[in-house]
Write a protein that binds this ligand. Sequence first.
Ligand SMILES: C[S@@+](CC[C@H](N)C(=O)[O-])C[C@H]1O[C@@H](n2cnc3c(N)ncnc32)[C@H](O)[C@@H]1O
Length: 335
Amino acid sequence: MNYIGSKYKLSSWIQDEVKKVVGEDLSDKIFCDIFAGTGIIGRTFKRDVKQVISNDLEHYSYVLNKNYIENHKEIENKEKYIEELNSLPLIDDGFIYRNYCLGSGSGRQYFSDYNGKKIDTIRKKINVWKDIGRINDNLYYFLLASLVESADKVANTASVYGAFLKHLKRTASKELILEPAYYIENENFHQVFNMDSNDLIKEISGDILYLDPPYNQRQYSANYHLLNTITQYDDFIPKGKTGLREYNRSAYCQAKTVQESFEELIREANFKYIFLSYNNEGLMSENDTKNIMSKYGKYTLKEMSYQRFKADKTESRNHKADSTYEYLHILEKRL
Ligand SMILES: C[S@@+](CC[C@H](N)C(=O)[O-])C[C@H]1O[C@@H](n2cnc3c(N)ncnc32)[C@H](O)[C@@H]1O
């Protein structure tokens, strides 16, 4: 997924830096990715560590991580379910088509009519299968994660769901095909939560805590509202032109609350090694971050220049403005 703040491109660098500090062999370590998003960092460490704990405030992220992190054993015949979902006759009375496609008269065009109907058809069938006990939780999250990723590929947006495009773009006019969201199989048991980081931190402990909070005012919950609507598939009245639902407001997206929340997270963390990704344009300055972390143990800083997230790949490129620095703040905490 093209996700704001995704660490996809930085994952090997982060893995290398963690190993330099903690050691090459992480096989007896518990690793927590508490702002998991797409789950790419948990996925990067899933093979290396004894256990991954993954968490995010957003439901779509919970779904992705229930699949990519918590699923670790082979699910038999999973492709057959994907095939079956791909060949169902389409319904035209589902929530997505009625509220987010042009053909229903909603005035919104987040998906082509065909794709909106297909999302509804698949989403409803997954629920039916769960209700009648045809699929278990593991398969449920595998199928739902597959739907989130496949739907996101054909969304008619400039990448986030804050607004839709007036005309169907090329990728959005392609027919949605449900693709399997394959996960890493291994013997270890992993855990996934859907909580506020500052509540969860009081309930868990481990060895390595990776922090990747939002770094500016953009609320993920508003920018990805449609993915929550697909995963939660509940009934509500979409608001305004963009069809927004009620959304979470993270303390990490507000200048007046970010430092206090961040310090509480560090103070409450029962983890020896803490790694924080944050960039040079964040709400907290490099110095604020350093001052907070240094209070709790040995602090170091690593940096790397990085290509900025682009809302739309067709945007004209300004190479100078494209370059931004990504920091990895490291704390060896006194416990
Ligand atoms: C920078 S993104 C993480 C990106 C992730 N590392 C990846 O590569 O996909 C920040 C994430 O923090 C989540 N978030 C924001 N506030 C949160 C909170 N208070 N507790 C838990 N998660 C939160 C957002 O939903 C978002 O997915």
